[in-house]
Ligand binder design. Structure first.
Ligand code: SF4
Length: 556
């Protein structure tokens, strides 16, 4: 077996099977789809690492992991080079590259720095704030969270390999983004600005012997030509926790299984009971196995029978429709109706002044506007849009919205929490339009509520309230042709595609006439989102009208 890398060791700690396939069946592994989201995380991670190198202007970059790169690292270390990026060492069993090595002359050793694209957590932020104000000079050591522990394992693996190769490591630091930082001019690399450096030496030194034992176990378990026989731990977790290798490793689990029951990941006991009884197919789930719906306590909202409904409609293939509830939701809306959707880029390193790390850049909106007269006349809504690809889009985008959204009427979004969070951020960036944006927030209705609140449940939704799952079902019910309102026929098919397109244009990776082409593709995608909302709203509106006329107001 090739030397075990740090990445594979960390993956192994989550799942030995997955890494075993990666090491022993690389051609099979390459078939496992990497989601667009994962791809964009990798791109962002690399970007954060490159920018973080700006903290050490005189660093020497070792570009590869090859024998030559290892030789070069050895030479640089022997020469006590002041800063080395991606220094790489390997033993017979392990290979580790470290983000930054900094020569510490007083310790006659290197300090090791690991860069993480994650930002500081809320707790850590308040801890930093307290420290700054001198209220908390020596914060009590906190127990590491799962993510923290993973970062510590990361550093401990590297420190073990480097020390094994004779490189003396003094301090072990974690460098990560400071979410409180707000860009103003050039990126500020000084202490506690864009990046926060945490000294993890004590924790890592404690951890290193334990990690060494685990490294030996990992090497031992991953070396044989047979896959480790331990059960796949995700077998007892909901679908969202599964990796793309799940179906390869768990061939008996159907594509749509009890793992897909709504929020089953939060009901581990129930999932375990079902699986231990051999129940994989949703139609085999008995009513008595599902949790009883609890009476709502005073002042609390009643819990929604999501699991029960999903199982019931899957068995009956008849939708659950609570027409009174849908009618009540829809009658709260006022014309004109503004179907609004944003596309945004949560850029790790703030690109424009006034932005924090990971603050969303709202670069595009699509808006379908339906006034009462057009609705009565059976006319379609009018479409407006804006896509800004140069400079900070906030002000121009808000001005455009201001022109197209009037002072009255309901704004309709799908998962309004997202749009409204962006509206709040935009109000901070464009204070002159604070009132307008807060009026939009107050007038926003979440169309997803009809599905999420269980007023309309269809087996085709498969327990999800995502518009990507709901739209195809509504299209079928309306007998619309397959290629109409179809994300799959678009060049930009998802929010992640839109982010990637924007990123590439922003970074100059798409230039010339290709920009115009990509722009059209991005416009088409966002337009489909608001058109989809309009179609779904119309479907529910007609359903209510028809059902009231037929005297059928609740069906199960
Ligand atoms: S789904 Fe299975 S293979 Fe994938 S990470 Fe989870 S345990 Fe590993």
């Amino acid at each position: 077996m090739k030397p075990l890398t740090k990445t594979d060791f960390i993956l192994y700690r989550n799942c030995p099977q997955n890494v075993w396939v990666k090491i022993h069946e690389p051609s099979q592994y390459s078939k496992f789809e990497v989601s667009d989201f994962e791809k964009s995380l990798t791109v962002m991670g690399n970007e954060v690492e490159e920018i973080a190198r700006g903290m050490f202007p005189d660093g020497y970059l070792v570009e590869k992991r090859s024998d030559g790169a290892q030789e070069l690292t050895k030479t640089l270390v022997e020469q006590k080079a002041s800063v080395i990026f991606q220094a790489v060492f390997a033993t017979e069993k392990y290979l580790a590259a470290t983000d930054i090595l900094v020569w510490n002359a007083s310790a006659d050793a290197y300090d090791m720095c690991e860069i993480k694209m994650s930002s500081t957590t809320a707790d850590e932020e308040s801890e930093v704030a307290d420290d700054e104000e001198g209220k908390n000079e020596k914060p009590a050591p906190k127990k590491s969270s799962g993510r923290e522990l993973q970062f510590e394992y990361d550093l401990a693996f590297q420190a073990n390999v480097f020390e094994n190769c004779g490189v003396k490591i003094n301090k072990k630091y974690l460098i990560r983004l400071n979410k409180k930082y707000k860009k103003a001019g050039d990126l500020d690399f000084s202490e506690n600005q864009l990046f926060i450096t945490e000294d993890k030496t004590v924790a890592i030194d404690d951890l290193m012997p334990r990690v060494l034992i685990e490294m030996e176990e990992a090497h031992h378990l991953l070396s044989p030509a047979e896959m480790p026989t331990r059960p796949c731990p995700c077998y007892y977790r909901g679908r969202s926790s599964h990796c793309t290798a799940f179906s390869y490793i768990n061939k008996d689990v159907p594509e749509y299984s009890v793992h897909d029951i709504n929020r089953i990941g939060n009901s581990k006991k129930l999932l375990k009971e079902l699986l231990d009884e051999g129940i994989l197919h949703i139609e085999k789930v008995r009513e008595d196995q599902l949790p009883k719906i609890k009476e709502a306590k005073e002042g609390q909202k009643p819990s929604k029978p999501r699991k029960q409904n999903q199982v019931a409609v899957h068995k009956s293939k008849k939708p659950i429709r609570d027409i009174y509830a849908i009618k009540a939701e829809l009658s709260s809306l006022q014309f004109p109706l503004y179907f609004l959707d944003y596309e945004t880029y949560p850029h790790a390193i703030p690109f424009f002044d006034g932005y924090h790390p990971y603050q969303h850049i709202v670069f595009q909106y699509s808006l379908h506007v339906l006034n009462a007269e057009d609705f009565k006349a059976g006319l379609p809504p009018k479409h407006f849009e804006s896509l800004i690809l140069d400079g900070d889009p906030a002000e121009r985008l808000v001005e455009s919205l201001c022109t197209n959204i009037g002072e009255t009427g309901s704004v309709i979004s799908w998962y309004k929490k997202f749009e409204n969070s962006r509206n709040r951020e935009l109000a901070e960036l464009v204070p002159l339009r604070f009132e307008f944006l807060h009026s939009v927030i107050n007038r926003t209705y979440d169309l997803m509520d009809i599905v999420d609140n269980q007023h309309y449940v269809h087996h085709g939704f498969k327990g999800s309230s995502s518009i990507k799952k709901v739209l195809p079902v509504i299209k079928d019910l309306l007998a619309l042709p397959k290629n109409v309102l179809d994300y799959n026929v678009l060049a930009v098919k998802s929010g992640t595609d839109a982010i990637e397109a924007y990123r590439k244009i922003l970074k100059g990776e798409i230039v010339g006439s290709a920009v115009e082409k990509k722009k059209q593709e991005m416009l088409e995608y966002c337009k489909l989102d608001t058109e989809a909302m309009y179609i779904i709203w119309k479907f529910f509106t007609n359903l209510v009208a028809q059902s009231v006329q037929d005297g059928k107001t609740a069906e199960r």
